[in-house]
Design a protein around this ligand. Structure first.
Ligand code: SF4
Ligand code: SF4
Length: 165
């Protein structure tokens, strides 16, 4: 076996000429690149003042839907949580009490429904799994935040506004 040292390439450093020592070629080359891009159409936008148009297939923030009478559609069946590959959904089911028929569509509802937006990969499987058409990823981009706990979205952020508001 050949010794490792024999494969090493010897690099000879050439002395810099006057222009190179004055950084002139490098500065001119940098200016040429800057000038080339200066007059081109910018590829960036001033987000969040400007927003790009989303594709029709865009999946954004989830919303929990109400029916035509304003009642929550979700029946806390848990299929969305089961189908979630990121284990991002947590829920606690509760039984509807007499007098709550105007709030919840069926006997069971989600007393707690939380999505961890840091875990979510926006695959849309929860939407596909839902038998009640109760969850859709039809919202905007999840806004940035500083604390992990602020990315846990509960019903206050997920359930859509009642009809009369
Ligand atoms: S979009 Fe996908 S990852 Fe996000 S909560 Fe739904 S199933 Fe889970
Ligand atoms: S959102 Fe749909 S799938 Fe998820 S618990 Fe509610 S009814 Fe079931």
């Amino acid at each position: 076996m050949e010794p490792l040292t024999s494969k090493r390439k010897v690099i000879e450093s050439k002395p810099l000429n006057f222009l190179e020592r004055a950084y002139l070629p490098a500065i001119l080359s940098g200016l040429r690149i800057t000038g080339k891009h200066f007059f081109r159409k910018s590829v960036t936008i001033r987000y969040p003042e400007q927003k790009r148009e989303f594709s029709e297939n865009f999946r954004g923030m989830h919303s929990l839907k109400r029916d035509e009478e304003g009642r929550e559609r979700c029946t806390a069946c848990g299929l969305c949580a089961l189908s979630c590959p990121a284990e991002a959904i947590t829920m606690i089911a509760a039984e509807r009490q007499p007098g709550e028929e105007h709030l919840y569509r069926e006997e069971k509802y989600a007393a707690v429904y939380e999505i961890n937006m840091l875990r979510c990969i926006f695959c849309g499987l929860c939407e596909e799994a839902c038998p009640k058409e109760a969850i859709y990823l039809d919202g905007d981009i999840v806004p940035s935040n500083y604390l992990r706990k602020d990315f846990i979205y509960g019903k206050d952020k997920l359930v859509e506004e009642p009809l009369n508001q």
